[in-house]
Design a binder for this molecule. Sequence first.
Ligand code: HEM
Length: 448
Amino acid sequence: MIKPTPPVVRDDLPHIGAGLRFAQSPTGYLRELRAEYGDVFLVDVFGYRLFCVFSPRALQSLYAVAEEDASFGMATFDMMGFKTPLEIFADADIDLFYELLTVERVRGYLPAFNQVLAMELERWGTNGELDVFDAIRTLEQRIGFSVWMGAEAADDDYWPQFKAAFDVLSQENAFVNPQATLHTLVSNKAEERKALAQLHELLASIIDQREQTSHWPEDTLTLLYQRFSNPDQAVHRRKLVHNLVNANQGFLSNLYAAISWVLINACRYPQHGQRLTAEFQATREQFGDNFSEQQEALDSMRFCEQMLMESTRFAQRSLTLRKVLREIPFDCGDHSYTLSPGIYIATMLSVTNTQTSELSRFDPDHYDGRRLKPELVALGKETVSTFGHGRHACPAQKFSHNMCKVVLSGLFGRYTFSELTGDLAPSAQQMGGVARTAGPTRLCYTSI
Ligand code: HEM
């Protein structure tokens, strides 16, 4: 229940009609509804009542709402619960991300970023053709295995097996492929549970090895092994594995697509590509050949930050949701509404991120480093979002910029790129996270 009643989207087929149109093109459909119903309206998507907000004041209210009133955690659980075995959520601790993403830890991940990048580029060889999103996704996955589960997990013996299991658990297609989602539901997540069992086995073999040799390097696996220590070995292992799975999944959700877009945009717009490579060269000259292992060197690379922010702004398809847990007032500017439990307050970043004529133009100079120029969001900073706003804003922003800088400087330090072909637009179907393209995007590379 919402009081007073906002504009309500009518459809001939209650729940389902809007649901099907939403699944086909969430951004396109919400844009159409906004044009017809205004900046605030209620739409029923497969039984989920979405109170959609796009006005500056309402967006401010969304990002300011308290977790105990309207919950990010519960909304995420509802969306991801279709696919992810629920036992993972029961053990996963969101605060862990904050612990793993402190400035000191983020700096400490740089050697692993560089080592795995070198291994992966060795695999790419001297020349070839990339399917950009798949190649960068695999690269990021492998770096993540090393950062979260130990250097062993990125070795040839392990990483393809980890990748196969994590690909089954991937949320990416959960909403854009209704048939696959139906299979997941009807089978009671049989494939996903099998993949989780495989991850338990793979991690057990790394942990057993460390226990037997008493070799515990200073890394995330060791930290979490100690953190979830429990007299009951089964509970210890379960909590450890579930938190590692959660860390890997959260890590993969946006970043690989954002880095892929930076690579694509650097090749698509030669003037930006040249500025980027000039920045890499200048940083190398100032800080030496191992600049990509030094936090200070990475911090100085502001144009790369601008490329990541602008590329993300364009490809963001995040459906931002808060599930109302108790009756709350919600200020939308022209009206203040009372929202009942069960309603989802919703906005979709792609509907507002490019809504003015200036914002519909790709230009990395819209940003000053990571900061969007204030004149572009005169009505309110919440009208554009890349890494979010307020209490749930992304804690991995520095981490993500670091990875983008290490990967892109590594790629441009080793290869020249040519013949960008294929799909160059964010997938219309994507809902959630930074979008990849619907079809393959190809790029040829040759050693310098
Ligand atoms: C380009 C890369 C990324 C982008 C654009 C991005 C974007 C976002 C956005 C928009 C939110 C806020 C969601 C909301 O308000 O509903 C968010 C939250 C979050 N992100 Fe990211 N993210 C990125 C990378 C990452 C990575 C690499 C990790 C993990 C290592 C991560 C972990 C998280 C977590 C844990 C939250 C929830 C924070 C909380 O609830 O307090 N993100 N991210």
